[in-house]
Design a protein around this ligand. Sequence first.
Ligand code: GRF
Length: 203
Amino acid sequence: KRIIVLISGSGSNLQALIDAIELGAINGDIVAVISNKPDVLGLERAERANIPTIVIDHRQFDGRASFEAELSKAINELKPDLIALAGFMRILNSEFVQPYEGKMLNIHPSLLPKYKGLHTHRRALENGDKEHGVSVHFVTAELDGGPVIAQRIVEVEDSDTEQSLQQKVQRQEHQLYPEVVARFCNDRLDYRDGKAFIDGKPI
Ligand code: GRF
């Protein structure tokens, strides 16, 4: 399968995918990494793995629509089977997302539907949650609102800080995302009518 990974930052989830592919755990190749920010660590990680990189800097466009038009063009030229958002920090319009429904995944650091959006670890701590975690979901027009495919739970301890919680969640992210991408690439995941299926069964 042809995979595109979209990033905005450090790319540790990208690295987890690169490593899983190198180990033969994912039946696919990353054909390009696209970042909306220049000079981020994720781009270096891609270059180190000999993966072509594309920077589409949103600040160079006047408005979301023209940025997204350029992004779509770059994506469509690459004819991907899967687009994996991995710390991609731009909100995407429904017109952009719609053509890719069912083949675009996102990883989000909370137990969705809890804590859509930013600062998830802080919010979990502020609410005194005993459990927190990470979700992988199909991307739909609703921000962090598409059907959840898989989650990992972490226990929140009294001693946890925003940073320690983030680290715990990230360790789970780096296992979970490659697993879900592997399943997708083995044709075990489906999306129909706004719902996710694994091996033909609703999730
Ligand atoms: C991760 O926590 C991911 O869940 C969120 O953004 C972060 C990206 O981290 N969507 P990285 O760039 O993969 O290191």
